[in-house]
Design a protein around this ligand. Structure first.
Ligand SMILES: Nc1ncnc2c1ncn2[C@@H]1O[C@H](COP(=O)(O)OP(=O)(O)OP(=O)(O)O)[C@@H](O)[C@H]1O
Length: 741
């Protein structure tokens, strides 16, 4: 790739790529401010005092009065209709503490208080805590920006988002804002390297408008459209760079066209049931239900991969409760049927135990000779037993092992591992899966033999790295696989087993009346023979957060209230056999009410559990609540989920769950309702390429658009000769992160 000299516009763009951290537009300032809430508000400094509070202790207190909208919902704020709102004044006490005698001198305190001028209009943000007087809030870790002129403040109060920048290299946010505003005035309209026909076809902003929209939005929608275009760029250049490099590595035009075709239409292959191994077919027959159409085609697709002499790298994706586990079991049976081993790795011990029992139950119906030997290996497995299991895996006596991270411990060797199923469910990252892959490969005895004799002509399929099947309930767009790993395939389960009734969700305010209503519903459910999960945010009551209900603390109260029924407790701090026992009793019906923490969030499957109550539901994310709710409604019984909100102000967000069971939609709503504070600068969780602003879980459509645009551009010019601007842009951009780990 050639490197062009940077034109001044490139310098400007570098500056403009310093995006606002958030916007102040009084968006989240409304009645019902809660302790711990992050508030952004514009106001006037009323006082600034440096106070000596002891011989070696002082503090600065700046009081800011802010007018906030009163008694209106977030949605109305989003429409920017501020005039229609009642206003009220709140007082923010910004406090900074200093310890040490040198901080108590009068001169120091004077300098401190003079840093803030009474009467200045400022934008303040930080977490608030209510004080004893009404409408007064303390803010300890805060950001304060002086708004330069009246125009600024009128912009804010007129509902126009005011960009707040993260400071950089010692430059203050206000200074950065000034420089950026000036840079915008010199930004050329022809700054966009992406061809106009592409942006027009996709209906996205041109780069000039995107920069204007992100730095100087007229309203929050404009900021959002700008954000979308900038996310598009992140995905577009990532994919363009990757595909461009791959094309450059190919010799002929035919090969290049072939590669692009592969990216246009991912290969779909399948097998007929009759072609499956006899073990797989027998296992299929023992299932107490018929597979759904999606499950069947998923198994067929996976088995086709397993037949190929190259390691599979496939993601099995499907919403909560769609029946991914049995698909993975069938894939394991297929390799076992051909004399190999399978490893099934899950994120929690509880889930490992559950899958192990589930598999044993299913296998019981197989004739003894065909029944593969199954082992369970977790951190809680006694050392003597785990030694026996390790030996069994090494000799090949054990065909399938189900376990937690313990499965990739150094000490474990497999005799002929052929498939690793990784039930990632948020917990394991996409790239980590690659690590499991190589770890499992090198922990396999055959792989080491192969590595020791790289020229051995007999090495081949037998020494191949194991196939990897990852499972996830997180909605991931298909093109993500292509964007991140050219070789990753994806199978989606799109339907639910027959007879499922959507879970009825009720959001209730957790006041006295709400609790009485909830207890009544619980009684009715128990009377009708149902089983109930009570989910708590914490195990023990905490002094810092006394408003949170705690599972252990509530056990006695609930047991008293529901004397005719049995209550159980389940949380992460219990020993593994205690957890196992608690879940077993709930499953068998010995326990009717299970008080639990979010340990049950991932994968727990008690098909006849028919009701869930989530305490302090606002403490959980939307996607998490969707997962939790997925623990009920897994059978044919009508189920209910009650979300108890601690305050009236959190009802709006939770109500979204009343009307939707769609994982994608909920992830999107989560973002919208959390407001613009989270729109930008949201980092991915470490192991994925760093997209400065994109969120892979919700920006799938943009990823898809970027994918089409890349194919369009490279399809018309394999070497980008027709798009010199794009080629220059590509060479300028640093790769976001080495792909494929
Ligand atoms: N085709 C089917 N017909 C009826 N029941 C099914 C079918 N497939 C699976 N099930 C049952 O549905 C329930 C949910 O299946 P499973 O635990 O595999 O879901 P999952 O996709 O792993 O969900 P989660 O993401 O919540 O872990 C289980 O009780 C399973 O036995």
């Amino acid at each position: 790739m050639t490197f062009t000299r940077w034109a001044p516009q490139d310098h400007i763009r570098k500056l403009l790529n310093h995006f606002p951290r958030t916007y102040a537009d009084l968006q989240n300032a409304h009645i019902g401010i809660q302790d711990g809430q992050y508030l952004i508000s514009v106001g006037r400094i009323l006082s600034s005092r440096g106070i000596r509070a002891g011989s070696s202790f002082s503090f600065l207190e700046v009081v800011v009065s802010c007018q906030i909208a009163d008694d209106k919902s977030n949605w109305e704020h989003m429409n920017g209709d501020l005039d229609a709102k009642e206003k009220k004044t709140i007082y923010l006490h910004l406090k900074k503490f200093f310890r040490g005698t040198r901080f108590t001198s009068q001169s120091f305190l004077r300098i401190l208080q003079e840093k803030h001028r009474v009467g200045d209009i400022v934008c303040v943000s930080g977490k608030v805590k209510s004080m004893s007087s009404e409408d007064h809030y303390e803010v300890r870790e805060y950001n304060i920006d002086v708004l330069e002129d009246e125009e600024d403040s009128s912009l804010c109060t007129a509902g126009r988002p005011y960009p707040i920048y993260p400071s950089k290299g010692g430059l203050s946010p206000t200074f950065i804002r000034d420089v950026i505003q000036r840079a915008l005035q010199t930004l050329s309209f022809s700054v966009d390297p992406i061809p106009k026909d592409v942006t027009q076809e996709l209906g996205i902003l041109c780069l000039h408008d995107a920069y204007m929209g992100i730095h100087q939005p007229k309203n929050i929608y404009e900021a959002d459209s700008a954000r979308k275009r900038l996310i598009f760029d992140e995905f577009f250049y990532l994919q363009l760079g990757r595909l461009f490099q791959m094309l450059e590595g190919l010799g002929t035009e035919i090969e290049k066209v072939g590669l692009l075709d592969k990216y246009r239409k991912p290969e779909m292959s399948s097998t007929y049931v009759e072609e499956w191994s006899s073990l797989t077919q027998k296992f299929l027959k023992t299932l107490p239900y018929d597979l759904t159409t999606s499950q069947l085609s998923a198994v067929s697709e996976i088995i086709s991969d397993l037949r190929r002499p190259v390691p599979m790298n496939r993601l099995l994706q499907g919403d909560v409760g769609c029946g991914k586990t049995v698909v993975a079991f069938l894939a394991c049976m297929e390799v076992i049927g051909s004399g190999y081993q399978a490893a099934f790795m899950v994120p929690t011990e509880l889930l490992a135990i559950q899958h192990h029992e589930h598999l044993l139950n299913l296998l019981e119906k197989l004739d003894i000779e065909s029944r593969p030997s199954v082992a369970l290996l977790t951190g809680g497995t006694p050392s003597k037993q785990s030694r026996v299991i390790r030996e069994g895996l090494q000799t090949g006596e054990i065909s399938i092992v189900i376990g937690t991270h313990s499965l990739i411990a150094e000490k474990i060797e497999f005799s002929a591992l052929r498939i690793a199923v990784v039930d990632e469910q948020h917990r394991f990252g996409v790239v980590q899966r690659g690590r499991f892959n190589s770890k499992l490969y090198y922990n396999s005895a055959s792989a080491r033999t192969a590595a020791a004799h790289p020229d051995d002509p007999s090495r081949g399929e037998a020494n191949m790295a194991p196939h990897v099947l990852a499972m996830s309930a997180t909605p991931i767009p298909r093109t993500l696989a292509l964007a991140l790993y050219g070789d990753m395939s994806m199978t989606q389960i799109t339907d639910l087993p027959p007879g499922r009734i959507p879970v009825e969700t009720h959001v209730i305010e957790g006041n006295e009346q709400g609790f009485q209503e909830m207890y009544k519903m619980m009684f009715d459910e128990l009377e009708a023979g149902g089983k109930i999960y009570l989910v708590y945010p914490v195990i023990e009551q905490s002094e810092q957060l006394p408003q949170l209900r705690a599972a252990s603390a509530d056990l006695e109260d609930i047991s008293q209230r529901f004397k005719d029924y049995n209550c159980g407790l389940l949380h992460g701090k219990m020993k593994s056999d205690e957890k196992d026992e608690a879940l077993r009793r709930f499953r068998s019906g010995d326990t009717n009410i299970l008080l639990s923490t979010q340990v049950i969030e991932i994968g727990v499957d008690v098909p006849d559990a028919s009701m869930m109550v989530v305490m302090n539901a606002e403490r959980f994310g939307m996607a998490q609540l969707h997962q939790l709710r997925g623990r009920v409604g897994r059978g044919t019984r009508k189920s209910r989920c009650i979300l108890l909100a601690s305050t009236a102000s959190s009802l709006t967000r939770l109500k979204v769950l009343e009307n939707s069971t769609d994982g994608f939609h909920l992830a999107n709503m989560d973002l919208l309702l959390r407001g613009p504070g989270d729109l930008l600068g949201k980092r991915q969780s470490g192991h994925l390429p760093e997209f400065p602003i994109a969120r892979l879980d919700i920006d799938g459509n943009i990823l898809q658009d970027a994918h089409h645009a890349v194919l369009k551009v490279l399809g018309s010019s394999h070497d980008l000769k027709c798009y010199p601007g794009l080629k220059a842009e590509l060479s300028m951009r640093q790769p976001l992160c080495p792909l494929g780990d």
